[in-house]
Design a protein around this ligand. Structure first.
Ligand code: PAF
Length: 283
């Protein structure tokens, strides 16, 4: 695996791959990799000739009160995991390489609507930061395919809509959420859970699956169901943030005529905020 920190070197490699007719796959990350990330690398490895991954903790997607400086950085361990799973090139740019004119003057990409709802409502500017950095990384790597976890469903849809709106010739692949045996979605945040919280945590997935079955049985009382499952989370010992039943593409409120839905849940266990989601197809 070659580690590249300059856009110039990446462009030299990219030209070479183009001349050789290689299919290039890209897995952007912020590091602190777990098995969910490594599954993205496995998928890219299966589908592409060349696998590029990036590690860049993007300041543009952190809010003022979010702790950018304390974001976990585990670069040596990450490099090992990437190499073991067959990454060809790790792109590891500095903030100056990514934002040479500084953050304040940076041109940005914003996908309207979807960026300011659900997680975007509590994190203003977050999805603008994500769309901007992913757009820039796409311009640098010029991948044929790019791989994102379905765990961050709203992020995945923001990126899909950006790629469509800006006519990007990139196949955006959503990779199913990796789960522990008891159903808990893998996340770096699971490490913050105490032992009793960890035992309770899979109930989030269990309740989400129960709501999925209820929707599949034809119940379309979306508002009533959402508040019922907020109560169920409370009763189970969570502090719920939201239970949302949404249109799976633009994440607007689900309507009776929508066939492709997604359930999104966020809830606290102690200080840890867990999020999860599940797709539902209804007749
Ligand atoms: O999901 C992430 O790790 C980040 O939001 C991403 C897509 C790498 C952009 O910084």
């Amino acid at each position: 695996m070659e580690t590249v920190d300059s856009i110039a070197r990446l462009r030299v490699l990219r030209k070479q791959w183009a001349q050789e007719g290689k299919v290039v796959g890209f897995v952007p990350t912020m590091g602190n990799l777990h098995n969910g990330h490594l599954e993205l690398i496995r998928r890219a490895r299966e589908a592409c000739d060349i696998v590029v991954s990036s590690i860049f903790v993007n300041p543009l997607q952190f809010g003022k009160n979010e702790d950018l400086d304390n974001y976990p950085r585990t670069i040596d361990q990450d490099k090992q995991g990437l190499e073991q799973h067959g990454t060809d090139v790790l792109f590891l740019p500095s903030v100056a390489e990514m934002y040479p004119r500084g953050l304040a003057e940076q041109t940005f990409v914003e996908v309207p609507g979807i960026s300011s709802i659900i997680c975007g409502a509590s994190r203003p500017g977050h999805f603008r930061g994500v769309a901007t950095v992913v757009c820039k990384l796409f311009n640098m790597v010029q991948p044929d395919k790019a791989f994102f976890g379905q765990k961050d469903y709203q992020q995945l849809q923001v990126i899909r809509l950006m790629a469509t709106d800006l006519s990007m010739d990139i196949d955006i692949q959503g990779v199913p959420t990796q789960r522990a045996e008891d159903g808990l979605a893998l996340s770096s945040r699971n490490g913050y859970l105490t032992a009793p919280e960890r035992q309770l945590a899979p109930t989030l997935y269990a309740l989400m699956s129960e709501l999925k079955t209820t929707l599949e049985s034809g119940n379309k009382d979306f508002q009533v169901l959402s508040s019922r499952f907020v109560d169920r989370l409370n009763e189970a010992g969570f502090t719920p943030d939201y239970v949302e039943i949404r249109n799976a593409t633009d994440l607007m409120m689900a309507q009776a005529q929508d066939n492709e839905l997604v359930i999104l849940m966020a809830a606290y266990l102690g200080k840890t905020r867990l999020i999860d989601n599940i797709r539902v197809s209804v007749a």
